[in-house]
Structure formats: structure tokens, C-alpha cells
Design a protein around this ligand. Structure first.
Ligand code: NAD
Ligand code: DAU
Length: 332
């Protein structure tokens, strides 16, 4: 049994991590630290609030972080500003949360000699050409493109430096694009699903050739538990499920699964500096730690996700108008 401090668990992946842990690893005790920014929603944990301790607070608050880290065994650090489009408009929250927030956690980990698992992204490696035969591996050089991914890359570098210089017990994982329940409707898949559910058309950036490597959020979280249990301190593990798809392919699948034709698709303004392709080689995690994904059929996982958004309108509907208003102003 471990006492887990989970940062950012009112967000998409963190809330799923809490549900996954309670279901599959019930021996752990969970404390959540989340600032409930625009991206956090305590309702994502509504059904389990009596089984966890929820603390509303900021990861840059050093006194609070120090106290919570001292009271727990392991920090699983999800909290971040996570949306690329937002990082093109206002950079400060990304610098503050992703860099200063991670620094604040590292100092507490070092002081109290606790274990950290730092959650990061494949975007730190930059992007690949569509016809590049290679995928990202743990030894691919860092080359981030956006303010979001460069702030995440900075946080990874801090973790690596604290491991090397101060000998803290930390592991890092860099995962590809997640999909599943409780994802904020600003993100590509839930935005399109909820567009169709509200009678709006799909909004595809540019020509839609860009490729993302999709993984179900439960597979990401099972990999995180594998790393917590078997990962080697100081190591980085890439998490991916061989789910490469162009955005256009995903849009067409959403149209098909929701019974609409191509006339429901709009091409809108492309993202500035838009990364072309991400692709993960997760051999290290699979061969050294014995992990494998369970959701190997993207269409099935996407169908379940569509059902979830259909059945949980209460969760996303209050945000929809405001999110679309913001995109409209950006021409997207
Ligand atoms: P999200 O935006 O859905 O959730 C982020 C959560 O962090 C929110 O609950 C928010 O309230 C909280 N938060 C933000 N700033 C905070 C602060 N200063 N103090 C405390 N809490 C704060 O993000 P997500 O998609 O769940 O991503 C979680 C992590 O996984 C991030 O570190 C992200 O970089 C990483 N990641 C995401 C993906 C993906 O596809 N979504 C893929 C790989 C890695
Ligand atoms: O690769 C991991 C990353 O995946 C995470 O680190 C990020 O936190 C997460 O947000 C995600 O980043 P992306 O920028 O890839 O995700 P997003 O859902 O914003 O966009 C996915 C693709 O879809 C991207 O090529 C842009 C495009 N897009 C996005 C939106 C919101 C559209 O075509 N239309 C849209 O409306």
C-alpha cells in the first residue's frame, strides 16, 4: 500500500488515473491536489469523492506542496497547462504551472526523500515528417515546437537534473495523444463529438494531414502503474499503442460512427507552427517492464468515447458555448 499524491487529478488523465487506481489497485490511498483551473472539474471525481482526499490548491504553492509531499509516499504529477492552442495566446500559465510548479514539487521531493513519477508528453521530441520511417524513442533529442511543449520539455529537464545532481527518486513517462471519457471539450476528439451532438459542424485545422498517435487513457494509466511498480529510478519510458492516424481519418471515423456525411466537415484556420506527426516506439516499456495496451482497436475505443459524451451531457454541456465562442474568435 502506498499513499499517492496525485496532482492535476480533476483534469482528463488524472481523473481517469484516480478511477483506474480505485478499481484496479485499491490498496493505495489517494490525495488529489488540483487548482481547479478552467480545465479542472471536480465533478469528474464526483462518484469517488468519499474514497479520496481532495485538496484544492496550486502546485506553485511551496508551503502546501511541502506539507502534502511530506504526508505521502509517491507523487504522480499530472498537473499542467495542457492545451497547445491556449499556449499560442497566453504563455505565462504554461511557464508558471509547467516549469515553476514542477520545480516546486521537485524541491519538496528532494527535501522529504519521496518518489516522483513525472507525466510528460511525446511533443517534447518535436515532430516527424509523414514519410519518416523512424518513431520517437527515449534517445530522440528534445526539439519542442510550441510554448506548451517547450514548457513540458523544460519540466522534464528539471526532473533529470534533480535526479543527477541530488539523487532524487524519479521516473518520467512521455505519452502520445490520449482519448477517452472526461477529456475537456477544447481538445480535438471531444470537440468534434460534442459539435455533432449540438448540431454544429466538425472543425478540421488545415488539410488534416497531421498525424497523431492515439492511445486510450486507461492504457496510459496502466502504463503509469507499471512504471510505478517496476520502473527503474532515473529512467524515462515512452508510452504509446501504435495508434497513428491522420486527423482527417479520425474526423471521417467520427462522421461514420455518428451517422453523418462529409458535408458536416469544415476546414478552418490551421494552428500556428502545427506539428505534423507524432509516433511513439514503446519497445522499452514493453520489453523491459512487460507492459502492453488493452485497447488495440481504435474504432471500438472511439465508439465507447462517443457513447460516453452522449450519456454525460451534464458534464460538458455547461462549457460548450464558451469554448466554441473562444474558437470562433480565433477563426477556428
Ligand atoms: P488537463 O488540462 O485535462 O488537466 C490538467 C489539470 O491540472 C486540471 O485539473 C487543472 O485544474 C490542473 N492544474 C493546472 N494548473 C494547476 C496548478 N498550477 N496547480 C494545480 N493544479 C493545476 O490535462 P490532461 O490532458 O489530463 O494532461 C495531464 C498531464 O498529461 C499533463 O502533464 C500533460 O502534459 C500530460 N499529457 C497529456 C496528454 C494528452 O493527450 N492529453 C498526452 C501526454 C501527456
Ligand atoms: O501528443 C500529446 C499531446 O496531445 C499532449 O501533450 C497535449 O496535452 C494534448 O492536448 C495533445 O496535443 P495535440 O495538440 O496533439 O491535441 P489537440 O486535441 O489539441 O489536437 C489534436 C490534433 O487535431 C492536432 O493536429 C490539431 C487538430 N485539431 C484540434 C482541434 C482542437 C483540429 O483539427 N481541430 C480542432 O478543433
Amino acid at each position: 500500500m502506498s499513499k499517492l499524491l496525485v496532482t492535476g487529478a480533476a483534469g482528463f488523465i488524472g481523473s481517469n488515473f484516480v478511477h483506474y487506481t480505485l478499481k484496479n489497485k485499491p490498496e493505495h490511498q489517494i490525495t488529489v491536489l488540483d487548482a481547479l483551473t478552467y480545465a479542472g472539474n471536480k465533478d469528474s471525481l464526483k462518484s469517488v469523492l468519499d474514497k479520496i482526499t481532495f485538496v484544492k490548491g496550486d502546485i506553485t504553492d511551496s508551503q502546501l506542496v511541502d506539507k502534502l509531499v511530506s504526508q505521502n509516499d509517491i507523487v504522480v504529477h499530472f498537473a499542467a497547462e495542457s492545451h497547445n492552442d491556449n499556449s499560442l495566446i497566453d504563455q505565462w500559465p504554461f511557464i508558471n504551472t509547467n516549469i515553476i510548479g514542477t520545480y516546486t514539487i521537485l524541491q519538496a521531493i528532494r527535501k522529504h526523500n519521496k518518489r516522483l513519477h513525472h507525466i510528460s508528453t511525446d511533443e517534447v521530441y518535436g515532430d516527424l515528417e509523414l514519410d519518416d520511417p523512424h518513431k520517437f524513442t527515449e534517445s530522440t533529442p528534445y526539439n519542442p515546437s510550441s510554448p506548451y511543449s517547450s514548457a513540458k520539455a523544460s519540466s522534464d529537464m528539471l526532473v533529470r537534473a534533480w535526479v543527477r545532481s541530488f539523487g532524487i527518486q524519479a521516473t518520467i513517462s512521455n505519452c502520445s495523444n490520449n482519448y477517452g471519457p472526461f477529456q475537456h471539450i477544447e481538445k480535438m476528439i471531444p470537440r468534434q463529438i460534442t459539435n455533432l451532438l449540438t448540431g454544429e459542424r466538425l472543425k478540421l485545422y488545415g488539410a488534416g494531414q497531421n498525424v497523431r498517435d492515439w492511445i486510450h487513457v486507461d492504457d496510459h494509466n496502466s502504463a503509469v502503474h507499471t512504471i510505478l511498480e517496476k520502473g527503474k529510478i532515473g529512467e524515462t519510458y515512452l508510452i504509446g499503442a501504435n495508434g497513428e492516424k491522420s486527423n482527417l481519418e479520425v474526423f471521417n471515423l467520427i462522421l461514420k460512427l455518428m451517422g453523418k456525411d462529409a458535408s458536416w466537415l469544415d476546414h478552418v484556420k490551421d494552428r500556428q507552427g502545427h506539428d505534423m506527426r507524432y509516433a511513439i516506439d514503446s519497445s522499452k516499456l514493453r520489453t523491459e517492464l512487460g507492459w502492453a495496451p488493452e485497447y488495440t482497436n481504435f474504432e471500438t475505443g472511439l465508439r465507447d468515447t462517443i457513447e460516453w459524451y452522449k450519456n454525460n451531457q451534464w458534464w460538458w454541456e455547461p462549457l460548450k458555448r464558451q469554448v466554441e465562442e473562444k474558437y470562433r474568435k480565433q477563426g477556428q
